[in-house]
Design a protein around this ligand. Structure first.
Ligand code: SF4
Length: 259
């Protein structure tokens, strides 16, 4: 039925985004761990691997996602046009056959790094990870920090950069934040840290065992459940596992809607 409160053009654009989200949700998992998910809750990654349905997200989250992608693409192009990019652009990389020979299981990892640039003076290579950042208010309700309090990268982004460093073999680089409101930059230098990489791979290896054994990964009480997109499924399973609805863990966040 036509919603007369919203302009037809807005309805058409939102219908496109909703349809796109549905198609993404219906896409089969590719069987790989992804560097961008290295910081996520292991039970979340288990649901992802097993192809469970995510909770619906608001249209504003979908619009913000598109905005972030567009900014990301813009900066990839500016870097290329500036003539500092090594090779042509970022690319898809996968885990080598035997990770470090330390791990008995091969862990499938695949990701698309953003860019590798050449330092203008010493000609060394820098692996760049772009992140757009909203300048949020400091009210404690947001996953993001206010821009003026962003004095180091988010741990998720460090994990992501470290895995790309491992997969590309580029030992140093930057996490490059772009303020969506003001277009200011914050650039944090990084160096490869094998301890962090081992920890992530051990985490993936642990989750992968549960995936292969088809055993639900245990509930993680200390994770940040607020922004989790598998909260409905996780709560349902938690209730089955414990007989308790776990209300203290499964509070709704503002981006979860019913439609
Ligand atoms: S609700 Fe919490 S424990 Fe469950 S998958 Fe999400 S983050 Fe993990």
């Amino acid at each position: 039925m036509l919603n007369t409160d919203t302009h037809w053009l807005e309805q058409a654009l939102d219908a496109y985004l909703k349809n796109k989200a549905l198609q993404n949700a219906a896409r089969k998992h590719d069987g790989y761990f992804h560097p961008s998910q290295a910081g996520k809750c292991p039970r979340y990654l288990w649901y992802e691997f097993k192809g469970y349905q995510k909770d619906p997200v608001s249209i504003f989250s979908q619009r913000a996602f598109e905005e972030g992608n567009a900014l990301h693409n813009l900066f990839e192009r500016i870097f290329k046009d500036a003539g500092i990019v090594y090779g042509n652009e970022g690319g898809v990389i996968e885990s080598p056959e035997n990770l470090f020979n330390k791990f008995k299981l091969d862990i499938p990892i695949r990701g698309t790094f953003d860019s590798i640039v050449i330092h203008p003076y010493d000609k060394s290579l820098y692996l760049v990870e772009f992140k757009s950042h909203k300048d949020v208010k400091d009210n404690g309700n947001s996953y993001s920090k206010p821009w003026n309090k962003l004095d180091s990268p988010y741990m998720d982004h460090i994990y992501q950069w470290q895995l790309y460093s491992f997969l590309t073999g580029v030992m140093k680089g930057v996490i490059f934040y772009i303020n969506k409101n003001t277009l200011q930059y914050k650039i944090f230098e990084q160096e490869q840290d094998k301890d962090i990489i081992y920890d992530i791979i051990e985490k993936f290896e642990d989750i992968y065992k549960y995936v292969k054994e088809n055993k639900l990964y245990p509930f993680q009480p200390n994770e940040n459940h607020v922004w989790c997109l598998y909260k409905n499924q996780c709560q349902f399973d938690y209730l089955k596992e414990t007989g308790d609805d776990g209300k203290q863990f499964f509070k709704r966040s503002i981006h979860i809607t019913n439609g």
